[in-house]
Write a protein that binds this ligand. Structure first.
Ligand code: FAD
Length: 390
């Protein structure tokens, strides 16, 4: 297989490189500013990309995208990743929510209201799917939406909502009919995160950060015009989001260090016998960690998340006791903080967007054609299934 750029791809890559070089003044100087500084830096970079036509590269022109190829998007991501650009703020909104909005909005006016503003980076979005009793089994959600005239009234709780504390809008999956089987009674909406009755409570993580939240809805009113797809079709609509989610989280995050950084770190560590890079066990591990996934590319999310975790653990071990020191305490060890951050984050990546086990189930059933799991609640009304404890 040929991994070189075609002449067209090489020309596109050269154009992207030239543009990033000419615009790198809009990139932040350092990784760790305050939250407000990070948000401002992300907004500045996003606005610059939008002006130049590098947002929504693969999206249809009718919705403001570029109508480009997946390869062009990959090339842009690869070149942007070299600069450690601040893209995380928009990963969920532009990676998952906005494609769902332009695919399922009830009217062109709704798409026009939300899509361009999100592309410019002026509004931030979050994805409100998971609940305390519904993660892998997403169709088990309990947040209710009840019709009241032209409005729907939402009550319930979501959890693990990344970026809800920074978001202006979200897409929320609700149960509108508990008296049909669980996949059939769901409906999705656009929700204003600043609306009365929406309460966002940050969750403190072991890394010290607070990137996800619990979100409580108490009598939150949403106009029917803000429904995405038909009533009862929320499962189908959420598959659009999940398909984009696995693509979006399936790639290595731009901030995650790779083999090049591992080699630089190993060079900087001195053992009595010479630098760590000269030791045979280090050379073997670095190579095996960086191997290119071949036929298993359909499971790239499993491979990449596990790979990040292995490399992060290996980097920390390699630095011995210094592997536990964070940030400026170990200034002579290049990339150590990035490996540590990648190690801590990789555990979450193995869960978000489908756990390793769920993805293996999907591969077993849909790729290998093995017998499916037994699903006793599949064909009975959700209200009955919950009474039976299924
Ligand atoms: C970093 C991060 C960001 C996230 N961001 C968001 C977000 O923005 N919005 C949002 O809605 N959610 C978000 N989530 C939540 C995420 O979607 C869920 O955590 C995930 O779907 C798993 O659900 P759960 O946590 O309820 O675990 P559970 O579904 O309860 O799973 C617990 C364990 O059981 C295993 N398991 C469950 N069912 C099966 C089965 N049938 N066969 C074999 N094993 C099984 C799982 O693999 C797992 O090991 C995020 C999670 C993480 C970690």
């Amino acid at each position: 297989m040929d991994f070189e750029d075609t002449p067209e791809e090489a020309a596109y890559r050269a154009k992207v490189r030239a543009w990033i070089e000419a615009n790198k003044d809009a990139l932040p100087d350092r990784d760790h500013g305050s939250r407000a500084e990070s948000v401002a830096a992300a907004k500045k970079w996003q606005a610059r990309k939008y002006e130049a036509g590098y947002v929504g590269i693969t999206w249809p022109k009718a919705v403001g995208g570029q109508g480009g190829s997946a390869m062009q998007q990959i090339i842009f991501n690869q070149e942007e990743a070299k600069y450690n650009a601040p893209t995380g703020l928009y990963a969920i909104g532009l990676g998952m929510c906005i494609p769902t909005v332009f695919s399922h909005a009830l009217s062109p006016e709704i798409a026009q209201r939300y899509v361009p503003v999100a592309m410019k980076g002026e509004e931030v979005w979050c994805q409100l799917f998971s609940e305390p009793a519904a993660g892998s089994d997403l169709a088990g959600i309990r947040t209710r939406a009840e019709r009241d005239g032209d409005d729907w009234v939402i009550n319930g709780q979501k959890v693990w909502t990344s970026g809800a504390h920074l978001s202006d809008f979200g897409i929320v999956v609700t149960r509108t009919d508990p008296n049909v089987p669980k996949h059939k009674g769901l409906t999705m909406f656009i929700v204003d995160m600043k609306a009365p009755g929406v309460e966002v409570r940050p969750i403190k993580q072991m890394s010290g950060g607070s990137e996800f939240n619990e979100v409580f809805f108490t009598d939150v009113r949403i106009k029917d015009t803000h429904r995405l797809g038909e009533v009862g079709e929320g499962w189908k609509v959420s598959l659009t989001t999940l398909m984009h989610e696995r693509l979006a989280v399936g790639g290595k995050p731009a901030s995650a260090p790779g083999v090049k950084e591992m080699i630089e770190l190993a060079k900087a560590i001195d053992f009595a016998e010479g630098s760590a890079l000269e030791q045979s066990h280090v050379r073997i591990s670095a190579l095996s960690s960086g191997r290119t996934p071949g036929p298993e590319s359909s499971i790239s999310k499993i491979v990449i998340a596990n790979n990040m975790q292995d490399m992060g653990a290996f980097a920390a071990d390699l630095c011995e006791s210094a592997g536990l020191m964070m940030g400026d305490d170990a200034p002579d060890l290049p990339h150590l903080t990035r490996f540590q951050t990648s190690y801590i984050g990789s555990a979450g990546l193995r869960i978000a967007g489908g756990t390793d086990e769920i993805l293996r189930n999907i591969i077993a059933e849909r790729v290998l054609g093995l017998p499916g799991e037994i699903r006793p609640d599949k064909d009975i009304p959700f209200s009955e299934a919950t009474k039976l404890g299924l």
